[in-house]
Design a protein around this ligand. Structure first.
Ligand SMILES: [Zn+2]
Length: 442
């Protein structure tokens, strides 16, 4: 349960008629609320905002939307609860609905979904989450982790208004967010958008030439968001929704973009894309995966050759490295990239702890940053690999399906690692301590 408190509690009349950007201070509350309590809070707020409505009548959709942007976004006071991110599903395990392909408890693991190759459970990603909303419960502008597809189902209750921006306009959205929406806040905190706490009125985006789609979702309806499609919205009253991620093969170019974006921000990604591509290729998932595996292997082998030229020593990863973070691999100390296929470190000793040196692994792109330490006597630069070159070379296999992408690919698909390097170098460098403390979210 979390509350979005703009000011406090009380008055309820739009103080402004201008839609303005606003940020929410989400206050996590771990108090237990029953659904009945949430609904009575919803009724109380609705009566405060629209005292003329009686008998639990819902305001019309235009009224809710106007109030959301002109009243809530102004200095009118509001306190809204949103019971979000609760692990679970409201689909039954069996029967017509439970066994239906669109049951969200099954969708992430559908045969065509690449998400089924993630072998551990990540709630809200490959396991559904439930959301209990009330009037004005909102989800602020965001894209999905690693630019995945998402699907949301409204089980029951009041409608939800959604706004969406096409992946083709994602960089334009970023520009408006930074320049017109929250210039000062972004300057102070470059990761503001990732905090999912900022609301930008669609009218401002339209003014800046960014097309915005709008849909009102009613009970029994699904809303699907595309990779790298920014979206936001709010509830019209008490309701119950459920959401999960999935990926089709046409997501793969977006996966590369997301890798570059995480590296630019020096954040460990939610998904280990290298592991996913390897597993999907071993399963001969599709022609798209075969193509992706070819590119991934070519870049990996190129970087290995480069490192070997510098005179590193080499050995296979130890079992504890292969199993690190449920088989993902350690994060790079510079960019946070999950080093699944290989990593570099100074020396060959893999002992870590209070009596040993701190954990410092680098992706092959940032191995040069370790090499400086080697010159100062930190031991030889060592390349640790999960698979040898010969094994990787035979990985791309003929896929089961012909290419069938329906999604427009990004205008520019980065090569594995190369664009990321430039982006990462341009970003401010956080302290090493922070990176070491990053944990895999699951
Ligand atoms: Zn790195």
């Amino acid at each position: 349960m979390r509350g979005c408190r703009r000011c406090g509690c009380g008055a309820a009349r739009p103080a402004s008629r201008t839609a303005t950007p606003f940020t929410c201070s989400f206050v996590p509350r771990y108090a237990k609320y029953t659904i009945a309590q949430l609904r009575s809070l919803d009724s109380a707020l609705r009566e405060e905002v629209w005292p003329e409505l009686s008998g639990g009548k819902l305001p019309d959709e235009g009224q809710v939307e106007r109030w959301f942007w002109e009243g809530l976004a102004s200095e009118a006071e509001a306190r809204i609860l949103y019971s979000s991110d609760l692990e679970g599903t409201a689909f039954p395990e069996s029967g017509t609905y439970g066994e239906h392909a669109w049951s969200l408890a099954r969708l992430a693991n559908h045969e065509r979904s690449l998400l089924r190759f993630v072998e551990y459970s990540i709630p809200g990603v490959n396991a559904p989450m439930l959301y209990f909303g009330m009037l004005f419960s909102m989800f602020c502008w965001h894209v999905e982790d690693n630019y995945m597809y998402s699907v949301s189902y409204l089980h029951e209750g009041a409608p939800k208004t959604w706004y969406g921006v096409s992946p083709a306009n994602a960089s334009e959205f970023d520009r408006v967010f930074k320049t017109r929406g929250f210039p000062d806040q972004v300057a102070a905190d470059p990761q503001l958008l990732l905090k999912k706490s900022s609301m930008l009125p669609p009218s401002l985006l339209l003014e800046e030439g960014v097309p915005v789609s709008r849909v009102v979702q009613r009970p029994g309806q699904f809303v699907v968001t595309l990779p790298q499609a920014y979206h936001a919205g709010f509830s019209h009253g008490a309701n119950t929704a459920e959401a999960v991620n999935f990926m089709l093969a046409d997501w793969l170019p977006y996966a590369r973009l997301s890798m570059a974006a995480y590296r630019a921000l020096r954040r460990e990604p939610v998904l280990d894309i290298e592991q996913l591509v390897v597993q999907a290729a071993l399963d001969s998932h599709s022609a798209e995966v075969e193509h992706e595996a070819q590119d991934l292997v070519a870049e990996e082998l190129r970087l290995r050759r480069q490192l070997r030229k510098s005179g590193c020593v080499e050995q296979l990863m130890e079992p504890k490295d292969r199993l690190y973070a449920l088989g993902r691999g350690p994060p790079c100390f510079v960019c946070g990239h999950v080093c699944h296929l290989s990593f570099a470190q100074l020396g060959v000793d893999r002992s870590h702890g209070t009596s040993h040196s701190p954990r410092t692994e680098a992706c092959l792109l940032h191995a040069a940053e370790l090499a400086e330490g080697a010159a100062e006597g930190g031991g030889p630069l060592t390349l640790f690999t999960r698979y040898d070159d010969a094994w990787l070379q035979q990985l791309p296999r003929r896929g089961k399906y012909a290419a069938s992408a329906t999604l427009q690919p990004p205008a520019e698909v980065p090569r594995y690692h190369s664009v990321a390097a430039l982006a990462a170098l341009a970003a401010p460098k956080p302290s090493g301590e922070k990176l070491k403390k990053q944990k895999v979210r699951r």
